[in-house]
Design a protein around this ligand. Structure first.
Ligand code: ZN
Ligand code: ZN
Length: 213
């Protein structure tokens, strides 16, 4: 098995978790033995989030998608944003706030759970009023956390340990853009994402009655 950052290997990760006996859990209780908390920080692309959300649903997996209200890459208040919110819920996933410090302003669109975007150590694991913080100590320890940051597993791809049931429980943070777009490196993956974005922007211009002739 090659540990590619692609949708096929994402499926294999989910299947490994299932054969290791894990159950999909949310950030609404302290992690129990056997819990797998799938977390997605949606930094760049709602379309990529929806694509991964469909993959998970087809395999009976549920996760928490953390969406931004202050992204420079997408607008959660746009029709595309509203569609993403409702589709994620239809697929059985939960939606938390991917917040930009110091604002953790939760409204009715979000479950009471926050993940800070590019956090500094000073507030990373501090409690947040009225919401769970995914990095507070009850949800985080180095042994029970893996992340695909910049298309790199700092402690290795977890598929083998998941299949063997070696984590007591696990918070698994993945960024949908990395898995949905092809590329051997983060740079290549981002170039592929920008190509796809260009297509999407052309369609948006047409939908906005812009004359492209
Ligand atoms: Zn792997
Ligand atoms: Zn982020």
């Amino acid at each position: 098995m090659t540990c590619a950052f692609d949708v096929d290997h994402y499926r294999e990760l989910l299947e490994a978790a299932r054969s290791g006996g894990y159950r999909f859990a949310f950030f609404d209780h302290d992690p129990q033995p056997g819990d797998l908390l799938l977390r997605h920080d949606v930094d760049l692309s709602l379309a990529a989030a929806l694509e991964l959300a469909e993959v998970e649903q087809a395999l009976g997996a549920t996760s928490t998608y953390f969406l931004m209200t202050e992204s420079v890459f997408y607008n959660l208040a746009s029709p595309e944003g509203e569609h993403a919110l409702s589709r994620l819920r239809e697929l059985g996933h939960r939606v938390g706030l991917h917040a930009v410090w110091p604002r953790a302003e939760l409204d009715e669109r979000f479950d009471p759970v926050v993940a800070w975007h590019n956090p500094e150590p000073e507030y990373l694991s501090e409690p947040v009023e009225g919401a769970a913080n995914v990095m507070e100590p009850r949800f985080f320890s180095p042994e029970t956390y893996r992340s695909d940051s910049n298309q790199h597993w700092r402690s290795g791809c977890p598929h083998e340990e998941l299949a063997a049931g070696r984590f007591e429980w696990l918070q698994l943070l993945t960024h949908p853009e990395i898995w949905v777009h092809p590329g051997e490196t983060m740079g290549e993956t981002m170039a592929a994402m920008l190509d796809a974005e260009r297509e999407r922007r052309v369609q948006q211009l047409e939908a906005d009655n812009i004359d492209l002739s």
